[in-house]
Design a protein around this ligand. Structure first.
Ligand SMILES: NC(=O)c1ccc[n+]([C@@H]2O[C@H](COP(=O)([O-])OP(=O)(O)OC[C@H]3O[C@@H](n4cnc5c(N)ncnc54)[C@H](OP(=O)(O)O)[C@@H]3O)[C@@H](O)[C@H]2O)c1
Length: 348
């Protein structure tokens, strides 16, 4: 039976690789012995985790490619050029294989440049609940990837949750929402439970109730297809206790939750190259007071209230030149009142 299974290799055997490997095993798509990972020599713990699954674990990348049908690139973004460079520089390597990269911000174009030209590339954004087969993944196919590659990608990722094919321009927003999203929900669960504990619940009961509540509410949204606002109204009686709780949440949490997606989106962008260390940043956030008082020092990367994803470099250039004349920015504005749609701002 094992011989029918794909040989899946992981370049980088960290958290996401382990989550996906365990998910593939639970789904019956792989067995420990049909998987192989390469880990950094210092990362004995990951090597051991793969060995514990019954997989081979090496400290070199090239043999992983040679022994696998599909290779999952699961190193940190900044390590991608180094790890894939090992493969490109290997003499006589047969690399006409499918590479799925899960590295945040490393584009299809970059991946195709880093790898030997015969490689087929798919860029994937999974998330950590793949570990319990409840992941939310999306993927984008590269220029040489075939329909069969897309189907195989879908099969692999669907075995560990949901999977949709998207276009690459959506990936940074998806990274901000579902790639990083589990961490936000963990905070939400923790704070729900903390509230319960403050009111006298035993902590373990509080965590069980909080996590099941989040799971159940999420399932309601996903499975009923009813707008979350309608579901919320359904459980909010006039002058009731839920309404009182919502009053606080609407003021404090809703805007911040939306805003942090914007902030993460702004941080996404080509990484894995020297570019991410060099100014100007990929995206620029601008405090709205900039437009009133020309307080240029308030120009921030990763903080502020206005963003322009499209004119980022232009804006940076303009602002560095102290911006003498009137300028128009097409900005996706996120100001105190909430999200404002794409708007044109004038400096005077
Ligand atoms: N975690 C998430 O929720 C999530 C979600 C979506 C996408 N991703 C993406 O998944 C990728 C992996 O993230 P992660 O959270 O799994 O990170 P991680 O746990 O740090 O895993 C990366 C692994 O690669 C190893 N490594 C470093 N240099 C290497 C080399 N030259 N060759 C082979 N392996 C090397 C690291 O070893 P050392 O620790 O010794 O450096 C580490 O074990 C990232 O690109 C991230 O953007 C993560």
């Amino acid at each position: 039976m094992t011989s029918n299974l794909l040989k899946i290799g992981f370049i980088g055997g960290g958290k996401m690789a382990q989550a996906m490997a365990k998910g593939f095993i639970s789904a019956g798509l792989a067995k420990g012995e049909t998987m192989i990972s390469s880990c950094h020599p210092s990362d004995v713990a990951s090597a051991k985790a793969f060995k514990d699954l019954g997989a081979e674990s090496l400290f070199e990348n090239v043999p992983v490619v040679e022994k696998s049908d599909v290779i999952i690139v699961s190193v940190k973004p900044s390590v991608v050029p180094i790890a894939l460079g090992d493969i490109k520089n290997a003499p006589d390597i047969k690399a006409d294989k499918l590479f799925l990269s899960i590295a945040m911000g490393v584009t299809i174009k970059q991946l195709e440049q880093y790898l030997p030209k015969e490689c087929r590339v798919v860029r994937v954004m999974p998330n950590i609940p793949a570990l319990v087969r409840s992941g939310a993944s999306v993927f984008v196919t590269g220029s040489k990837a075939t329909d069969r590659d897309a189907q195989l990608t879908k099969k692999l990722l669907k075995s560990v949750g949901t999977c949709e094919q998207v276009t690459e321009n959506l990936l940074d927003a998806i990274t901000a929402l579902s790639g990083s999203g589990p961490a936000y929900i963990y905070i939400l669960i923790e704070s729900l439970a903390d509230g319960g504990v403050k009111m006298g619940l035993p902590r373990d009961l509080a965590y069980r109730l909080a996590s099941q509540t989040v799971l159940g509410a999420a399932q309601m949204v996903r499975d009923t297809n009813v707008h979350p606002g309608v579901l919320k109204d359904d459980v909010t009686s006039a002058a009731g206790s839920t309404a009182a709780g919502l009053h606080v949440l609407e003021q404090k949490v809703r805007a911040w939750m939306e805003w942090q997606i914007v902030v993460v989106f702004m941080k996404c962008g080509p990484v894995g190259t020297a570019a991410h260390t060099d100014p100007p940043p990929q995206r620029v956030l601008i405090n709205t007071s900039l437009f009133k008082g020309f307080s240029f020092w308030k120009l921030l990367c990763g903080g502020g209230w206005l963003q322009s994803a499209n004119l980022q470099r232009l804006i940076w250039k303009e602002l560095k030149g102290k911006l003498a004349q009137q300028f128009h920015f097409s900005c996706c504005a996120r100001f105190k009142e909430g999200i404002v749609n794409t708007t044109t701002y004038k400096s005077n």
